[in-house]
Design a protein around this ligand. Sequence first.
Ligand SMILES: [Zn+2]
Length: 389
Amino acid sequence: MKVSLKDCQAIDVHAHPYIANAVPFTVDEYVRKLSLAVIPNQISPNYKWVKNQPYPGSNMWVQILTGRLAKYFSCEPTLEAVVAQRNVKAANYKKFTRELFQDAHLTGVVADFGYPQPPLSKTEYADLCGARIWEVFRIEPEMVRLGEECQNFGEFIEKYRTVLADALKRNEVVGLKSIIAYRSGLDIAPMDQGNAAAEYEAFRQNTRAKVKSFRDYCLHVAMEECTVANKVMHIHTGIGDGEVVLPKASPSFLLDMLRDSKYEKTKVHLVHGGYPWVEEAAFIVSILPNVYMDLSLQNPFSGHGVKRILSQVFEFAPFDKVMYGSDAFTVPEMNWLGVQLFKECFEEVLGSWVESDYMDAETARVIGEMVLYRNFENVYQDQLKGAIT
Ligand SMILES: [Zn+2]
């Protein structure tokens, strides 16, 4: 029996804001906007290109996006035709964005305004999307800012704590976020004030320096402030852009910290569900009552992989621990395809569970709703009304 999620609303629990491109995109620029790569793909002048070949450097996700957008625009399923249509529609960027959100039944986004830098306007982004926008407050830009301002570690930590506590008091802020996996990795050591203070000067000299003790200490302070405020600590796990410390990005490195009795009540949100270590994330959320995960980034950027992931993640993860996300970061098409692809893939997976007689179609549909928005509403229920609209 078919399970349909078509009319189900979705809340995107991890994405980034963007603004309209000032001039229409060339195909090359558009492909670059869709890529996680830090260094743009180079097409050599001697590159041999045959008819019907996908655009050089494009992968499955770009292929799927092209096909689905061609249907949405009613145009030829080629990247050239899609970009041409996109440029026409995006001339009215607000209309274009809002229609994509409505088509996907996307009613809310938890936005990480830490990327891009300098931060974009929150109210303008909410107006652009026509959806509820919540904010997750990134700690690293504050560390950099206070590093310039504070002469010594003691002064830094005092101000840093105050800044985090003040941010957490704002209604639209659902929690704090750390990208420590981009700097020193997820093997967080216990708090060590002496070592952290000793590395403070090195951090001031180079704010991208590893300075692991210092960064670990700052993450603990963020965990403590989230605990006090009863808001959620978001931690980047798994792959990201090309800068990530990949050998230390698996969520399993977080286990010692997460199991610490000090953080028993702290809500933690594993951003990107640790992809490609998604089964490890699924296990972690299954053993720790206050730890949750989302499927952003792996959805939609793993393309056809989304179906496999949805099947795999529920080998261990409880149904109420996994949330929908996209990690859209440059264009609203990312938010849109995120929902469309996720729904298509989940419908197939849920349908197979019904067929196997693991559950009836009604239960399968409810599991779809849980992941698409109900779990978010449960975990973040105290913050729901704080959204920027
Ligand atoms: Zn992100």
